[in-house]
Every structure is written in structure tokens, then in C-alpha cells.
Design a protein around this ligand. Structure first.
Ligand SMILES: Nc1ncnc2c1ncn2[C@@H]1O[C@H](COP(=O)(O)OP(=O)(O)O)[C@@H](O)[C@H]1O
Ligand SMILES: [Mg+2]
Length: 239
């Protein structure tokens, strides 16, 4: 198993926002984590990434315990994180934004086909290539999302945690971002844990889905099961 989360608990002060969650992600998987607002999905990603302190439980990546490690060490271990806020640097060029994702500031092992290089990013994100010297802030919302994903890939993650990548995008860009995630999962072999509010996007990408209710994961289901069960959608997703 690439990622194993066991009985993970996280608090914000007195508030117990993750109450013993469990997740498994295998090599090459694309798994979605869905649920209504405020259930704890973003906190789950941040807890795996070490961005919020976990209270207890275990996070194993590639068989090694990483629970409680710093975000820096977790990134080094091979997990990338694309936050909801798309933290790109608006004054820096597309190229410089991408280079910021490189660990240690230098691309090593460029002959290794698994190493992400600028050329390889542009192969998967041709839109960014057209804008290589433009400032990040001049890109559209969808292009900034691509840049944010591309920058994470430059750190050569085996697993990418992606939080609400299609939020606020128009339907054409939603489709493009969807296609990029599909491409990097299927063709570049990057495993993905996806939080996504657009159900059609999630169903079309994920093989397996975890459904979250207040602070816990209460259901694991396949995409086709969720697609055909109005009852489960009503229970976990619809407002
Ligand atoms: N930094 C924070 N401090 C205190 N409470 C927070 C913080 N971030 C999120 N919360 C609360 O934790 C709960 C889970 O939030 P979040 O993980 O963002 O949910 P989701 O991503 O599913 O919408 C919510 O009740 C939210 O208000
Ligand atoms: Mg969230």
C-alpha cells in the first residue's frame, strides 16, 4: 500500500475535527474524498501532509511512518500537495513558479524517465508552455490551477493530494483540469487523493470514493455504486 492512514485524529483547539479516520491508497490509484462543506476533507489532506498537527494515529507512506513529520520531510518522502488556494506567485513567471517546485532547487536525474522536467511539464500542460515567460498573476484561474499542479509535480511526488481543483472554474476549464488529472494519473503514474465538490468530475476520475460525514469517513464505495445510489448521495453529499 502506498498510503495507509489509521485511526487518525486531529483537533483545532478543543474541536475534534478528524475522529479516527482510515484510508488506503495503492500505487497508481486515484481515490476521491467527498462530503459536504466543513466535514474535514481539507483537514484530512493537511493532516497527511503535516500542515496541521495530528493528535494521534498513524500515517504510513510506502511502509514508513510519517505521521507527525514536518511538511518538508513528508514532501521529501514523495507526497505533493495542491492546496485549495492555488498558492502561485503572481509576480513570478510561469517558468519560475515551476522551478520553485523543484526540491533542493536543482533538477537531478534528468535521464530518469520518472523525473519531472520543465519539458515534461509542458508536454502534459501545453497551455503553460504558451505562457512560459508570463507572470503567474496574468493567467486565468484554470491556468493558475494547472500551474499549481505542475509546480507540485516538479517535486516528483508519487502521491498528489489535490484539494478542490475545479472550484470557481468555468465548465471548459473544469474539463481541462479533469483531463490533466486523468492524464498524470494514467500516463505519468502519479497516485492521487482528490477532494472535489463536482460529483461528475469525481465519478469520472476515481475508482474508489471515501465519503465523509462530520469528522469521520463513514463509507467507502466505488464510483459506479455511488453513481447509481441516490440514497447514498442524499445522505452524504446533497445539501
Ligand atoms: N484553522 C482552523 N481552525 C479552527 N477550525 C478550523 C480550521 N480550519 C477548519 N476548521 C474547522 O474544521 C472543520 C473541518 O474543516 P475543513 O477540513 O476545512 O472541511 P472541508 O474541507 O470538508 O470543508 C470545520 O468545522 C471548520 O470550520
Ligand atoms: Mg475544504
Amino acid at each position: 500500500m502506498l498510503l495507509e492512514v489509521r485511526n487518525l485524529n486531529t483537533h483545532y483547539g478543543q474541536s475534534h475535527v478528524l475522529q479516527g479516520i482510515n484510508m488506503d491508497i495503492g500505487e497508481g490509484d486515484l481515490v476521491a474524498l467527498l462530503g459536504r462543506n466543513g466535514m474535514g476533507k481539507s483537514t484530512a489532506l493537511k493532516s497527511i501532509m503535516g500542515l496541521v498537527r495530528i493528535t494521534s494515529g498513524s500515517v504510513k507512506f510506502n511502509g514508513k511512518e510519517i505521521g507527525g513529520f514536518s511538511p518538508y520531510k513528508i514532501a521529501r518522502a514523495g507526497i505533493g500537495y495542491v492546496p485549495e488556494e492555488r498558492r502561485i506567485f503572481p509576480e513570478l513567471s510561469v517558468l519560475d513558479n515551476l522551478m520553485l517546485g523543484v526540491k533542493g532547487g536543482k533538477i537531478r536525474n534528468t535521464h530518469d524517465p520518472h523525473t519531472w522536467t520543465i519539458e515534461r511539464i509542458f508536454h502534459h500542460f501545453p497551455k503553460l508552455k504558451e505562457r512560459i515567460h508570463q507572470a503567474g498573476g496574468q493567467l486565468s484561474g484554470g491556468e493558475q490551477q494547472m500551474l499549481s499542479i505542475g509546480r507540485s509535480l516538479m517535486g516528483n511526488p508519487r502521491l498528489l493530494l489535490v484539494d478542490e481543483p475545479t472550484e470557481g472554474l468555468d465548465p471548459i476549464m473544469v474539463e481541462e483540469v479533469r483531463n490533466v488529472l486523468d492524464d498524470i494519473n494514467k500516463n505519468a503514474g502519479v497516485s492521487i487523493l482528490l477532494v472535489e465538490h463536482n460529483l461528475q468530475v469525481a465519478l469520472s476520475l476515481a475508482q474508489r470514493i471515501y465519503l465523509m460525514q462530520k469528522a469521520s469517513i463513514d463509507c467507502e464505495i466505488t464510483s459506479s455504486e455511488l453513481d447509481s445510489s441516490e440514497e447514498i448521495r442524499a445522505k452524504f453529499l446533497e445539501v
